[in-house]
Design a protein around this ligand. Structure first.
Ligand code: ADP
Ligand code: MG
Length: 677
C-alpha cells in the first residue's frame, strides 16, 4: 500500500512526480518519511526585546491599507503601517503585490522578518492574517528541488497524512514504547511534519532517533553474530599457567586497563568464534605489550601468530624488541620485501612447518607464497591499513585466524560503537605510571627564528627533530612544494653540522623506507615530512616535533603526530606553529597545549568538527541517520545498543511483538546470512 505511486495523491501530477523523484521520493512511504531539514520557530516578542538585524516575529494592528509601488520588471514593494504596543512601525513586503487586497486597516496581523531597530521597520518574509494559534509557531523547512515550494510540500504532506497516516504500523514493541514514553509511530510522524508544540516535536524526534539507532544496532549486531557463527571452529585452548608465567617475567606490571583488555582478548581466543576486535589506546599505552601476551597465548595452544605493521622499518624495529621479549619462549622472524633469496626461502620453509612461531612484517605477510602451518592469531597495527581484501586473502588460504586490530587513533567510544559496529572494542585508557608527557607549545609563525634556535640546542645535545608540513591531499602539489621549500630552507640553517632529510607522499615506497631508515639510524638528524610520517617509525632519539600551519590539522591528527616524539627517556617537545584566524582555531591550539589525553582530544575534535570530518570524507563508512545525531543523541545510541543486545541474546525477534522490527530488518536483508567481509 505504501509503495503506491505519488500520483494517487490529489495535487500531484506527472511534473511534480518528477520533481519528487529528483528528491529521492518515489512512493507514498518515501514522502511520509521525508522529514524537514530544520524548523523555524516564530515566537512573538515585545518590541523592547527585538534585536537589530535579527529575524523576528511581531503582532499588531494594520493602521491603513498598504500602498503598492512597482519598479523594474515584475518587482514590487508593498508598505503599510502597523501599530504594535501603541507604537507605529513600518512594514515592507517585496514582490507580493497580491497581498495588497488581503490586508486591510484594522486587521490583526502577525509579521515575521528582519528587524531594523533604527528605522522601526520590518522587512517581511512571512505574514499571517490574525493572531498565531500558539504563542509560538514551529514551521518545518524541507529540502526542496525544482519549482516545489515549502508551502506546496506541506499541503501535499497534509493530504498524504490524512489519507495514509493512520495506516502507518507501529514497529517498536509496546514494552519499549511504554518504558521510554515514546509516541506511536503514526503520531510521531504527524508531529515531525506538523508540530504544534515544542514538546510534540521533541518526543517525535526522540522516537525516531531511538527507532533509527535500534534498527542500526540490531542490524550490525545480527551481522556480527552471523559472522561469528560462520567463522566458528577456531577455538584455541591456550595454557593459562604458561601465559601467567610469561606475564610475570615482563619487566613491568600491567596497568588495569591492559589487564582488562587482555582478558577480553583471551576470552575471544578461547572461544570458538573468530575474534574481530579493535584494541584502542594512545601511543605508549602498552598495546604492543598486550598484543605480545596474546600472541604467546596462541602459541601455547600450538598455533602461530603474525604481526602486520604499516612500514618495513617499523617491522624491523618490532622484530628486534619482540625477539628480546620472547627469548626462551617463542621464535620470532621478520618477513618483508627486503628479505630476499636464500634467507627468504628458509624463513618461508620454517613458517610452513611451524618452526617459526611469530612472523612480523608488512602486507607481504599474507602474500601467496607465505604458507603458515597453523596460523591462529593475526595482529594488525593501525587498522586502516588492513582491509577487506587482506582478510579475504587469508580466507582464501583456508585460514580463519582470530584478528586483533590495534590503533593509536583514539576514537571516541560513541563513534567506535557505530563506525566499527561489527567489531568488538577494547580500550586502554590509562598510561603506565611515570610517563613523561610531551611538552606542547603554541608559537606564532613569526617566531620561527627562536624555534630554530631551540631546535639547534636539542640537536647539539644529540637529539633529532621532525618538521611537519601539512598535506591535506596526497596529490596536492602545493603542499609537497611547501615541504620541498622548507627542506631547502632548513638545509641552509643546519647543514653541514646536521643532515636534513625530506619525505613526502610522492616518493616511492622504497624511497620512503630509505629515508625513514636513515632517520631511525640517526644518519639524518632533521626530518622534514608531510604527514606520511604519522604511522612511520619509532625513533626514541627524536625529541622535538615542529608542526607547520598546525591550524590546518584536526586535534586527533595533531595528537597522532605528536606521538612520534616522547618515545625515549628524554623530555620531548612539540611546537605548533600557527596563526589561526578563528576563535575555534585558537581554541584548538590551546586545547593541544593543555591536553595530553588522546581520548579527551578526540571527543573535543568530534565536537568541533562533526563525525564526517573526523574520519575524513573518503574513508567514512559512517552510517547516515535521518533524524538521529550520533554526537548529540549519544545516550540514546547507548540505550539502543544495550536493548539490541538483549533482543538478540534472548531471541526476542521471533516473538509476535517484534514482528514489525523483524520485517524492517528483513527488508534490509539482515537475515540472509550474507557475511560482510
Ligand atoms: P603502544 O604499542 O601502545 O604504543 P607499547 O606496548 O609499545 O605501547 O609500550 C610502550 C612502552 O611502554 C614500551 O617500552 C613497553 O615496554 C612499556 N610498557 C608497556 N606496558 C607497560 C606497563 N604496564 N608499565 C610500564 N611500562 C610499560
Ligand atoms: Mg576465537
Amino acid at each position: 500500500m505504501f509503495d503506491q505511486s505519488l500520483l494517487n495523491l490529489s495535487g500531484v501530477g506527472e511534473k511534480l512526480q518528477e520533481t519528487f523523484s529528483e528528491m529521492g521520493i518515489e512512493t507514498i512511504n518515501d514522502l511520509l518519511f521525508y522529514f524537514p531539514n530544520r524548523y523555524d520557530v516564530y515566537e512573538v516578542k515585545p518590541l523592547s526585546e527585538l534585536i537589530h538585524d535579527d529575524k523576528v516575529t511581531i503582532e499588531g494592528e494594520v493602521v491603513h491599507k498598504p500602498s503598492l509601488t512597482f519598479y523594474g520588471r515584475k518587482k514590487s514593494r508593498l508598505t503599510f503601517q502597523v501599530k504594535v504596543e501603541n507604537i507605529v512601525i513600518k512594514a515592507v513586503v517585496f514582490n507580493r503585490a497580491f497581498a495588497k487586497n488581503q490586508i486591510n486597516a484594522g486587521d490583526t496581523i502577525t509579521l515575521t522578518g528582519k528587524w531594523d531597530h533604527h528605522r522601526l521597520q520590518i522587512t517581511v518574509s512571512n505574514y499571517i492574517l490574525g493572531q498565531m494559534n500558539q504563542s509560538s509557531e514551529i514551521q518545518p523547512i524541507y529540502g526542496l528541488k525544482g519549482e516545489l515550494s515549502n508551502a506546496k510540500l506541506r499541503k501535499i504532506m497534509r493530504i498524504a497524512l490524512n489519507q495514509y497516516g493512520s495506516m502507518v504500523d507501529e514497529i517498536l514493541p509496546t514494552e519499549y514504547l511504554n518504558a521510554y514514553k515514546l509516541p506511536s509511530r503514526s503520531d510521531a510522524l504527524v508531529h515531525m511534519h506538523f508540530p504544534e508544540t515544542h514538546q510534540q516535536l521533541k518526543h517525535a524526534r526522540r522516537r525516531f532517533t531511538y527507532e533509527e539507532f535500534l534498527l542500526f544496532q540490531l542490524k550490525i549486531q545480527l551481522l556480527r553474530k552471523h559472522k561469528r557463527e560462520a567463522a566458528a571452529g577456531n577455538e584455541q585452548k591456550f595454557q593459562a599457567e604458561k601465559v601467567e608465567e610469561f606475564i610475570d617475567v615482563l619487566p613491568f606490571t600491567l596497568t588495569n586497563a591492559q589487564e582488562k583488555s587482555l582478558k577480553e582478548i583471551l576470552q575471544d581466543i578461547k572461544s570458538p568464534y573468530r575474534m574481530n576486535r579493535l584494541l584502542q589506546g594512545d601511543v605508549g599505552s602498552g598495546k604492543t605489550a598486550v598484543a605480545a601476551i596474546s600472541m604467546y597465548a596462541s602459541i601455547t595452544a600450538g598455533k602461530q601468530a603474525a604481526l602486520m605493521v604499516p612500514t618495513e622499518v617499523l617491522a624491523e624495529q618490532h622484530v628486534g624488541s619482540l625477539q628480546k621479549t620472547f627469548e626462551g619462549y617463542a621464535t620470532v622472524s621478520l618477513l618483508t620485501g627486503s628479505v630476499k633469496g636464500k634467507k627468504r626461502k628458509e624463513i618461508l620453509q620454517k613458517v610452513a612447518i611451524g618452526e617459526i612461531d611469530i612472523l612480523v612484517g608488512t602486507h607481504a605477510l599474507i602474500q601467496d607464497e607465505v604458507q603458515f602451518s597453523n596460523l591462529g592469531l593475526v595482529i594488525v597495527d593501525e587498522q586502516h591499513r588492513f582491509g577487506v581484501e587482506q582478510r579475504r586473502a587469508l580466507k582464501d588460504k583456508g585460514l580463519n585466524p582470530d584478528v586483533l586490530f590495534m590503533t593509536a587513533t583514539p576514537i571516541p567510544r560513541t563513534l567506535a560503537i557505530t563506525a566499527f559496529g561489527d567489531m568488538d572494542v577494547s580500550v586502554i585508557d590509562e598510561m603506565p605510571a611515570g610517563r613523561k608527557f610531551v611538552k606542547t607549545y603554541w608559537a606564532k609563525q613569526n617566531t620561527f627564528d627562536r624555534v630554530i634556535q631551540f631546535v639547534l640546542k636539542e640537536l647539539k645535545k644529540g637529539n633529532q627533530t621532525y618538521f611537519i608540513c601539512p598535506l591535506i591531499e596526497e596529490s596536492d602539489k602545493l603542499d609537497i612544494q611547501n615541504a620541498i621549500d622548507l627542506h631547502q630552507q632548513l638545509r641552509s640553517f643546519f647543514e653541514p653540522d646536521f643532515k636534513v632529510g625530506l619525505m613526502h607522499g610522492r616518493l616511492s615506497t622504497v624511497e620512503k623506507e630509505q629515508v625513514m631508515k636513515n632517520f631511525a639510524e640517526n644518519e639524518i638528524q632533521v626530518l622534514v615530512s608531510t604527514t606520511v610520517v604519522e604511522v612511520g617509525v619509532n625513533v626514541p632519539n627524536a625529541t622535538v616535533m615542529v608542526i607547520y600551519d598546525a591550524e590546518r590539522f584536526g586535534l586527533s591528527q595533531l595528537h597522532q603526530l605528536r606521538g612520534r616524539v616522547g618515545r625515549g627517556n628524554a623530555q620531548s617537545y612539540c611546537i605548533l606553529l600557527a596563526d589561526p584566524k578563528s576563535e575555534i582555531g585558537k581554541e584548538r591550539m590551546r586545547i593541544m597545549t593543555e591536553t595530553t589525553d588522546g581520548f579527551a582530544l578526540s571527543e573535543q575534535d568530534l565536537k568541533l568538527r562533526g563525525p564526517g570530518d573526523f574520519f575524513g570524507r573518503k574513508q567514512s563508512g559512517m552510517p547516515e541517520f535521518k533524524v538521529a545525531d550520533m554526537i548529540h543523541d549519544y545516550r540514546a545510541l547507548e540505550t539502543a545498543r544495550k536493548d539490541a543486545q538483549v533482543m538478540i541474546a534472548e531471541n526476542r525477534l521471533a516473538e509476535e511483538a517484534y514482528r514489525g522490527l523483524k520485517i524492517k530488518l528483513e527488508e534490509e536483508d539482515v537475515f540472509s546470512g550474507q557475511v560482510l567481509d
